[in-house]
Design a protein around this ligand. Structure first.
Ligand code: AN7
Length: 374
């Protein structure tokens, strides 16, 4: 088998790139679809539950899928610099792909509100980090304004190439399952990813989607069918940042899941169209529920995702309990980012290390205290 060289090379025939285009790639994509074997037993539900672990992309989040496309096209168009507003992960991906392409990168982030790992990535890859005294929505507005007056190429998901790259996650899920899941759940912040998932699934059944009619700039590929049906899409928002669930923008969004601390999503309309067309719904989870499930997943399945990602699973577990999702279902949750992105939140909610003298009896005492009962 040929060496895997990233999603543009793999899905070139389904993406807006010319045959000769050289991809700016870090071999993103091809992330594992991991069956959760312990959780369904724990919650006593007969379901097949999978995690599409997007935290295993090169910069630790699904954003790499969109960024390889956006930066490839920006370079092709002769861009010298890219810019984005970000809650963290987009800035990390933009910084890395800009470094790879040898172009400049500017990122606008809300001061003090992005996770440490993400900030370290944007800094380490050499982007110009501009912290604003405002939130993501302020940054998003400013990026659009500054792109009119300076030669910078926007790589937020209003850039249609981002969505095109991100749709490939659906192709991979179908390939891995050999089928389409009944439900596909994911967190919703700026709402680009749920839109992208739906486009990917729709192309796989050869359908045009209503979601795309809301966006004239979006191209859709008519492909031969690789699937028979599409999943029901479930979008989850944090209670303090749930504009789509509540039906109106949130002026001062607040949540421990800083990745989705967004009050006025850019792809709102497309996301609602996708959800509606799929027969799905939006719902919210509290910060407490998010953190509980983040830890539960880490401790029962060995998968460490960031808080925003855990909301997909938190939502599914809640909707299973409520009976909104039936037993016997095949469910995929996209775990959008790696837990290492946000070490502060992880450490704050975990059992703290025990400190002892460097002596055998002290170590033995700790082990005896913590050994599982036989
Ligand atoms: C881990 O990085 O918006 O609904 O600026 O980092 O497509 O916005 C991040 C979003 C979910 C929400 N999970 O996806 C950014 C940014 C994680 C994320 C989302 C984000 P969208």
């Amino acid at each position: 088998m040929a060496h895997y060289s990233g999603l543009i090379d793999k899905y070139r025939d389904r993406l807006p790139v010319a045959p000769g285009t050289r991809a700016v790639s870090l071999n993103e994509g091809a992330t594992p679809l991991i069956e959760l074997v312990n959780l369904p037993v724990l919650v006593r539900k007969k379901v097949r539950l999978y995690a599409k672990f997007e935290g295993l992309n090169p910069t630790g989040s699904f954003k790499d899928r969109g960024m390889t496309m956006a930066v490839t096209r920006a370079v092709e168009e002769g861009a010298r610099a890219i810019i984005c507003a970000s809650t963290g992960n987009t800035s990390a991906a933009a910084a890395a792909y800009a470094a790879r392409a040898g172009i400049a990168c500017f990122v606008l982030i809300p001061e003090g509100k992005i996770a440490l790992g993400k900030l370290s990535q944007a800094m380490m890859h050499g982007s110009v980090v501009i912290q604003i005294r405002g939130n993501f929505d302020d940054g998003m507005r400013l990026v659009q304004e500054v792109a009119r007056t300076t030669p910078v190429n926007i790589v937020n998901s209003i850039n249609p190439y981002r969505i095109q790259g991100q749709k490939t996650v659906a192709f991979e899920v179908i390939e891995a399952l050999g089928d389409v899941p009944d439900y596909h759940a994911l967190p919703v912040g700026n709402a680009g990813n749920i839109t992208a998932h739906w486009i990917g699934y729709s192309e796989s059944v050869g359908e045009k989607t209503e979601a795309l009619k809301a966006d004239a700039g979006m191209r859709q590929y008519k492909r031969k069918k690789i699937a028979k049906r599409r999943p029901i899409m479930l979008g989850y928002q944090a209670s303090g940042a749930a504009p789509i669930v509540r039906g109106r923008p949130v002026e001062n969004p607040e949540t421990v899941a800083t990745a989705i601390r967004i009050g006025n999503p850019v792809s709102w309309q497309q996301a609602v169209a996708a959800s509606h067309e799929s027969g799905g719904w939006f719902a919210e989870c509290t910060d407490e529920e998010i953190l509980h499930v983040q830890k539960l997943l880490a401790q029962t399945e060995g998968i460490f995702c960031e808080p925003a990602s855990a909301i997909a699973l938190a939502g599914v577990l809640k909707d299973l309990e409520l009976g909104k999702i039936g037993e016997g279902s095949i469910i995929v949750c996209t775990l959008t980012g790696h837990g290492l992105k946000d070490p502060d939140v992880a450490i704050a909610q975990s059992a703290q290390p025990v400190t002892v003298d460097a002596e055998l009896p002290a170590i033995e005492r700790v082990i005896r205290r913590h050994l599982p009962k036989t």
